[in-house]
Design a binder for this molecule. Sequence first.
Ligand code: ADP
Ligand code: MG
Length: 580
Amino acid sequence: MGKIWRISGPVVIAEEMRGTRVYEVVEVGDARLAGEVIGLEEDKAVIQVYEDTVGLRVGEPVKGTGEILMVELGPGLVGNIFDGTQRSLVTMIEATGDFIERGVRTSPLDRNRKWHFTPSVKAGDQIEEGDIIGTVSETGLVEHRIMAPIGVNGSIQKISEGDYTIEETVALVVDDKGKEKQITLMQRWPARKPRLYKKRLNPENLLITGTRIIDYMFPLALGGKAAIPGGFGTGKTVTLQQMARWAQTQINIYVGCGERGNEMADVLHSFRKLKDPNTGRLLQEKEIFIANTSNMPVVAREISIFIGITIAEYFRDMGYDVLLVADSTSRWAEAMREIGARLEETPGEEGFPTYLGSRLASFYERSGRVECKGRPSRTGSVTVIGAVSPPGADFSEPVTQNTLRIVEALYSLDVALANKRHFPTISWLGSYSLYTDATRKWWSSISPEWSETRNIALKILQQEAELEEILTLVGPESLPEDDKLVLLVARMIREDFLMQNAYHPVDTYTTPRRAHMMLGTIMKFHELAQKLSASGTLVSEIASSRMLQKISRMKEISNEDIDGYIEDLRSDMENQKEGI
Ligand code: ADP
Ligand code: MG
């Protein structure tokens, strides 16, 4: 036990702290605020405090807990809303009313609730760490697989079906030295330490997001890492929300980090209504929220990301595909800068700590597809997407630049597109994905033509960009017919395929198959138009074809009717081969 020696905003220095360790969790002051030791010098400990430090006084006690910051893992995670240090906001609001008081201790997971446990191993079985020993049906969408924690190996002495709280023993294991170990539904894991797995695997399957420009043009693989940089109002939050809603993963984690509280409230609200397109169940049955909004203590922001990723890895270890989105990693980096400044560290670029790059990497590098530990053998993945909000949309600033070195897919949001109300504002010229090759095989199961269709469309968009430069010098009338056709088709690709309205009930989510039908139709029209143009039809005549209007309505046609609609369109095209 030590005492407060100095207070500087969220950073407290305590004296008489010999014996404490870096990253040990401590209770600070009479209010017992939660904090974490981040530095030691002789008998003094530098502590970052996760709660508002107003009112703390020099001399108040500081008590070590002997523990590092642990994440609670078990049934009760899904559908929950946690703050930056994994306090359940749901439980806290029940405990203290809407206004969350400082120093409130609530357990992350409900201690009283009973869960029905069904064993999948029996007494006498030999088990190893990571083995699945049974299941709990957590929500209608998630089967929670109970795994033997790391370090638990031996033979099952007792295990039985029944209703248990997360702290009650569901299985008793005896190791080869005769030592007994109890397995409960809950286990704990240090937030800053990656969870263990057997082997890293290459990503190969598409993460279906339902956003056409992502899935079709710049595909993200399950287990991949991506960033979405964009200036204010370019659609970072909406894009991440769309992913957290519709991504075809088994668990989605939304980390709201330093962004506005009312936006977070909107997110939470929408999940209470939206249904999973495949099962018809509420989306929140597979969602976990971590909210550390701009009005909450800045220090907790730093750890919130690690709590999120630890939960993601835990579900990965069950054999699931997990998506984690973080909005925004810039606010997260700013928290580090603020703490760094309090510590009087020598700052790096633009005042960010010199370890900015390695801290960003220690988050993104926890993504991946892996062979999980334990039996039955299984694979799981964590995909990470972080929003980056560079001040003034200047991508040369340190957070964007450091992130670019780590991620393998980039969705670059374009202010000019936002001004034109072209959403999503993902730039087709400034974005890329290194998962295009990895997902080729997956895409070929939807259509062998994917790769070619994608390449041609991207090429037309590229040509459009080049023509636009010429157009600033000469009028469109002076362009040759070939170029006019490029401009026409590029506009169709942009407006009828890439543009996608998040608020339209059909357009909000597009399956890969449907996306291919849509772009394939535009490309068929392109071929037809090329033929007609070659035989003398003017592009201006082609542009007034009724088919253009039909193509532009494609995106709003319901999923039940789209096949017939596109069949009609294609037969129209067949019939028009002779001329418009
Ligand atoms: P940011 O988080 O980058 O500041 P937001 O995600 O809040 O920006 O987006 C700003 C606004 O842009 C939204 O309120 C919405 O009106 C519009 N918007 C963004 N993306 C879309 C989309 N896919 N479809 C329709 N509107 C969008
Ligand atoms: Mg935002």
